[in-house]
Design a binder for this molecule. Structure first.
Ligand SMILES: *Cc1c(COP(=O)(O)O)cnc(C)c1O
Length: 462
């Protein structure tokens, strides 16, 4: 399998290349040149299989010859066998008539990001083993990515990870999940600034090609194709357990950077009978506005109860735009130049029509989020995290055909966002046993000014 950049100017790479590169050198995102398609028989064959077995079937065509069959199988068995607390890995919970939650928070850091990052960490090891090469991971986090990436890379021999967070601006649980990890290859950096400042520093380091090559810089954010790929799997396992391929299903996905729901779009292209994909957003609603007006325009960031979705633009949307413009790198580049220059771009009528045929969107504000947590707690005695509450609310509003099972992706454990739960129902969900001493553990981090030279020097000498 070969991968091409959405902006058409970077070299074509294989799976190993895109995994170790992250962002393409022309600023674009890597996408597969062709999408593998499964027959109904193939999908029927997934009935009764373990999560790791389905993962093997789904992932194998994307990985190609870069990993041997035996190694890929054992990597997947390890990832989805030992790191997740629930035997089903991604269990479905029934909330009502044909109304389901897909719990994606049974991994080590309690958010769906573990699904991809636990696997990505193993790919990093596999691709650097015996090469004498070390890679440097640099990322910025406002929440769940940081802890999931650190947990996935800790102790790995040829990997160093540097994770920036805005000082004083992430929740205590989220910060402690990162900073209480004491490993030589992990450096947490608290930047004096906002999340946007952190992201700008990371971007600047990636755009400094000399620095990028010197330290072998690699990305772990959702622009890394391997992350999207790993997330395709649970669309298959959940749809198959509810009757696919003989039955349609719909999904509602709490959305920020558009990585998770883009995986659902790929699953549909691979032959999974998905009726609707609902983009559920908080008041950072650039995608919902785009579906309404055809104009993709950034508006500044609102701080909400669902911080992992507090984004100004959705970086993975570029992958979809690439398809909407007929896979023309030049057209994508034009749109992205306009975005940078004017803060937005407009889709054509035709492109908008295709977008609307694939997706539905709904914005859910903080008041509705709290109301949904309250309603579900009263009716089901189940505590939703605020991101999942947004997904469920959007599902209720957009998916009215009760003959089609609707699956809401439950993206985080409520304990990560205890404040919202306290606000909604006056209950603070307990930390799970493996984290119960989180607040007694020692923290390790370096505080740094918002300055690229200082950051590069720190990475160089570490
Ligand atoms: C990252 C995250 C999201 C958003 O996912 P995207 O792939 O960025 O759209 C939603 N909910 C939670 C809990 C997250 O951590």
């Amino acid at each position: 399998m070969k991968y091409t950049s959405t902006r058409g100017k970077a070299e074509t790479l294989d799976f190993k290349g895109v995994t170790l590169t992250g962002l393409a050198r022309d600023g674009g995102l890597y996408v597969p040149e062709t999408i593998p398609v499964f027959t109904e028989e193939d999908i029927k064959g997934m009935h009764g299989q373990s999560y790791a077995d389905v993962a093997y079937t789904v992932i194998k065509p994307f990985v190609g010859d870069c990993v041997s069959d035996t190694d890929l199988k054992s990597m997947l068995t390890e990832t989805y066998g030992s790191s997740f607390r629930h035997a089903a890995v991604a269990p479905l919970i029934q909330m009502g008539d044909n109304d389901w939650l897909l719990e994606l928070f049974q991994g080590p850091t309690l958010a769906f990001k573990d699904f991809a990052l636990q696997l990505l960490g193993r790919f990093f090891d596999y691709f650097t083993a015996g090469s004498g090469e070390k890679i440097t991971i640099l990322g910025a986090t406002s929440g769940d990515t940081g802890s999931a990436a650190i947990e996935a890379c800790r102790g790995r021999e040829n990997v160093r990870i540097f994770m920036l967070h805005p000082k004083g601006r992430v929740s205590d649980v989220q910060r402690r999940q990162m900073t209480t990890i004491n490993e030589d290859n992990v450096t947490n950096i608290a930047i004096e600034g906002t999340f946007d400042d952190c992201q700008a520093l990371v971007k600047a380091c990636f755009n400094d090609l000399e620095f990028r090559d010197t330290v072998n810089l690699t990305a772990v954010n959702s622009i890394n194709w391997a992350r999207v790929m790993a997330q395709i799997v649970y669309y298959f396992t959940s749809a198959v357990s509810l009757g696919a391929p003989d039955r349609l299903v719909s999904f509602s996905v709490p959305t920020g950077n558009f990585g998770d729901i883009f995986a659902g779009y790929i699953a549909k292209q691979m032959g999974l009978p998905i009726d609707k994909l609902v983009i559920a957003t908080n008041s950072n609603d650039i995608l919902a506005r785009t579906l309404e007006t055809g104009s993709y325009t950034q508006n500044g960031v609102n701080v909400t109860l669902s911080p992992s979705m507090d984004i100004q633009i959705s970086s993975n949307f570029e992958r979809l735009v690439f398809d909407l413009v007929g896979r023309s790198g030049n057209d994508v580049s034009d749109y992205m130049k306009e975005l940078q220059k004017t803060g937005g771009f407009s889709l054509t009528e035709e492109q908008l029509e295709v977008l609307r045929s694939l997706f539905d969107a709904r914005k859910v504000d903080d008041v509705e989020t709290l109301q949904t947590i309250r309603d579900v707690y009263t009716q089901n005695s189940y505590i939703l995290d605020p991101h999942t509450a947004i997904g469920l609310r959007a599902a209720q509003e957009c998916l009215k055909d009760t003959a089609v099972p609707r699956i809401t992706l439950a993206t985080a454990h409520p304990t990560k966002f205890g404040n919202a739960c306290m606000d909604a129902i006056n209950v603070s969900p307990d930390l799970p046993p493996h984290m119960s001493d989180l607040f007694d553990r020692k923290e390790h981090y370096i505080a740094l000014e918002n300055d690229m030279d200082l950051l590069q020097r720190l990475i160089n000498v570490a």
